[in-house]
Design a protein around this ligand. Sequence first.
Ligand code: NAP
Length: 249
Amino acid sequence: MKNRVLLVSGGSRGIGAATARLAAEAGWSVCISYHRQEAQARAVVEEIESIGGRALALKADVGREADVLDLFEQLDQAFGTLSGLVNNAGILEPQMRVEGMQAARLARVFNVNVLGSFLCAREAVRRMSTRHGGQGGAIVNLSSMAARLGSPNEYVDYAAAKGAIDSFTIGLSKEVAAEGIRVNAVRPGLIHTDIHASGGEPGRIERLKGSVPMGRGGRAEEVARAILWLLSDEASYTTGSFIDVSGGR
Ligand code: NAP
């Protein structure tokens, strides 16, 4: 992967940060985007630079088109030709039943998780597709086991947004398969990151780990390994595919 350029959206924390670290170790030049946690994003960049890697942190709300356009332009100028995108930025809102969900909440959840992934993929395709003079590349979308399980009483909105990511992955993979771009997704299960606290229950994995056949939550690095494989040339004939990283859940 020497000198290939990767963008990881939401790379300041959790699964995105773990992906950025592993990608840098594999030789990618890594741009991470973040929303608010600048200090955490800078820390990831410093960590990568300390092992001799090349990294850059850029602020962008993926749900805002102007921010996404700006993000990709800055990335073009700093690192040049893009070869990989990990559509990782995602959010949860506090747990509740569907009947209590306000339109503003639904708009936020679909905006970041779905619109954000579409906008970033669109910009990546414009740069990577051989149809536009690009050299090809790989996109990995972060879905969730929630897309299959539905997350009743917690966040059906989030689960439905991830269901949209599954359809998006299938459709886009077919659209750009003959243009040098592979599009795949991972579906993490219960992974130890800050996201569960965002939903109002930091101890959620402890409560639910009995429902995981392997009996434990996963680590961000365990998801990152699957993402790295899908980005790599080892996955050269794999597109429109999903890897469940969920301990069998
Ligand atoms: P996390 O620890 O909460 O980190 C979220 C990341 O997304 C942060 O880097 C955050 O940036 C960024 N972000 C949030 N809103 C954004 C926005 N509007 N624009 C740009 N970036 C934004 O989450 P995680 O658990 O690592 O989750 C990563 C992905 O995996 C998400 O798509 C999530 O849905 C999916 N996933 C996670 C789990 C799990 O159990 N953890 C399970 C299934 C799927 P700041 O740091 O600046 O806020």
